[in-house]
Design a protein around this ligand. Structure first.
Ligand code: 1HE
Length: 266
């Protein structure tokens, strides 16, 4: 099935091709700056993806993935409204990070401020070599407000986030790869090809394993060691007990399954 559809007005495009949904930020004239309607539509779009979808590719139309918060929204916002604003971003971003679907983000050009906060919600990050990463909140007189002080800090560490916010240091794609902020770097125009290849791979995993990676691994990462080991034991027991796991293990033992590294070349 190949079902192109324009949903959510002009801000988000969704294209579903069998098990893979491509969700495109579609406000290139404003460099995909995230206004409140945009964030709400992103949330609604993730909530509405049909059960047939197994993986999402998130990208941005135009030369830039996302220029962050729509700064025009800040001109009259008071403190209470600012907190409300963050809460709405948190709700929407939770749908991306903690929904049922693995999300691969493809980035080019600016991935800054709230754009980097959004990219940090994805599970796999692919950067074209034009991508650059910054946290210009200091320059704008504001602070991270879309969960980045938690998510980006978990990805690259407190010290790097501190330095980027204080100095306005912008990382290029190679630097971002070297510190683990992105998993893959591709030549210009190749990001989607790489993402589709990875998506096809992810879609063939046992759904229960993908569920454990998305929903249980983040909990384990937050738990003290003794709790984490118990949580791991429980989810490991449940996944290995599923009929699909038994069939996959037998397939390997009977030499019907790929060896490690045979089907993917990261
Ligand atoms: C915007 C925004 C925006 C562009 N909010 N309107 N984010 C930033 O501080 C990044 C600000 N943007 C930029 O530095 C540049 O726009 C870019 C480097 C991303 C791209 O430059 P360029 O030359 O391709 O585009 P441009 O001419 O600067 O922008 C094109 C239009 O998009 C222009 O509007 P126009 O009506 O004059 O055509 C820009 O005003 C508009 N535009 N970025 C509003 N961000 C939850 S807290 C998160 C906190 C943050 O995200 S702080 C970081 C904010």
């Amino acid at each position: 099935m190949n079902t192109p559809s324009q949903t959510e007005g002009q801000l988000i495009n969704v294209h579903i091709d069998a098990a893979i949904a491509t969700v495109t930020l579609n406000r290139p004239e404003k460099r995909n700056a995230l206004s409140m309607p945009f964030v709400r539509q992103l949330q609604a779009c993730f909530e509405a993806l049909p059960g047939s979808v197994r993986v999402v590719i998130l990208n941005g139309a135009g030369a830039h993935f996302c220029a962050g918060l729509d700064l025009s929204e800040l001109s009259e916002t008071n403190a209470g409204e600012g907190m409300q604003h963050s809460m709405l971003w948190y709700e929407a971003f939770a749908k991306v990070q903690f929904g049922r679907l693995p999300v691969i983000v493809v980035m080019q050009g600016a991935v800054v401020g709230g754009g980097l906060e959004l990219a940090a919600t994805a599970h796999v990050r692919v950067a074209e070599d034009s991508a650059y990463f910054g946290l210009p909140e200091g320059q704008r007189g504001i602070f991270l407000g879309g969960g980045g002080s938690v998510r980006v800090t978990k990805l690259i560490g407190f010290s790097r986030v501190t330095e980027m916010m204080l100095t306005g240091h912008v990382l290029n794609a190679t630097e971002a790869h070297a510190i683990g902020l992105v998993h893959y770097v591709t030549p210009a125009g190749e990001g989607m090809r790489k993402a589709r290849e990875l998506a096809a791979r992810i879609a063939t995993n046992a759904p229960l394993s993908n569920y454990a990676v998305l929903s249980v691994l983040p909990l384990i990462a937050e738990q003290p060691m003794s709790h984490g080991l118990m949580t791991e034991q429980l989810i490991a027991a449940i996944t290995q007990g599923a009929p699909e796991a038994k069939e996959r293990v037998h397939a390997f033992l009977e030499k019907r399954a790929d060896k490690v590294g045979m089907a993917v070349n990261p």
